[in-house]
Design a protein around this ligand. Structure first.
Ligand code: TMP
Length: 202
């Protein structure tokens, strides 16, 4: 049996992460989960984070709520699954904090890396699947949705996040797999599956 892996999907809103988290997770018979909101406590935190009424949420509070969600997620879902030998596939992770709060909210990555690593009890993701879609295509996709507190931010916020993801993956190329998210859903699914199975040695 291969050792269970902690695999995460990352990207900007509308890139297709949720669909492909589900498809990959089902293929691997993994625990399929997400951040924020992968636990009961996390769903309560997610509601605060997404609520468009919370325009007064301080950026440090936002970062700490994400970290609190992550600590609960590790303790309740990720660690137990890995311990019983089951892969975990998660829609978002610590890298969203580094990109959104670190670059988007301009808090920098140093403290956030340390807070989130602590929240994870040092168990970082083994693989990061980054679904890459140009922002003009994402904007067209988002125009069809009801927007949450993050999605209502302007283009500059998302440009900083996109830049953040680019820097994060070039600093750690072994862990990251970049997938062209402009292909059809089935082709994206196949590309992700091939890359992941290759890394897992299956
Ligand atoms: P989702 O809509 O992709 O599930 O994610 C919810 C929002 O939360 C999304 O706009 C990204 C944001 N987010 C952060 O800002 N920091 C984080 O650490 C995580 C996990 C998500």
């Amino acid at each position: 049996m291969t050792t269970a892996s902690y695999i995460v999907l990352e990207g900007l809103e509308g890139c297709g992460k949720s669909t492909h988290t589900k498809r990959l997770g089902e293929h691997l018979n993994a625990v399929i989960t997400r951040e924020p909101g992968g636990t009961r406590i996390g769903s309560l935190l997610r509601a605060i984070l997404a609520d468009t009424e919370n325009t007064d949420l301080d950026r440090r509070t936002e970062a700490l709520l994400m970290a609190a969600d992550r600590a609960q997620h590790m303790a309740e879902v990720i660690q137990p699954a890995l311990a019983r030998g089951q892969h975990v596939v998660s829609d978002r992770s610590i890298y969203s904090t580094l990109a959104y709060q670190g670059y988007g909210r301009q808090l920098g990555t140093e403290d956030l890396l340390s807070i989130s690593t602590w929240a994870l009890n040092n168990r970082l993701p083994d693989m990061v699947i980054y679904i890459d879609v140009p922002t003009d295509i994402l904007n067209e996709r988002l125009a069809k949705r009801d927007l949450d507190r993050f999605e209502r931010e302007g283009a500059e916020f998302f440009a900083r996040i996109a830049q953040g993801f680019t820097e994060l993956r070039s600093a750690d190329p072994q862990r990251w797999i970049v997938i062209d998210g402009t292909m059809s859903k089935d082709d994206v699914e196949a590309a992700i599956r091939t890359a992941v199975l290759d890394r897992l040695g299956e």
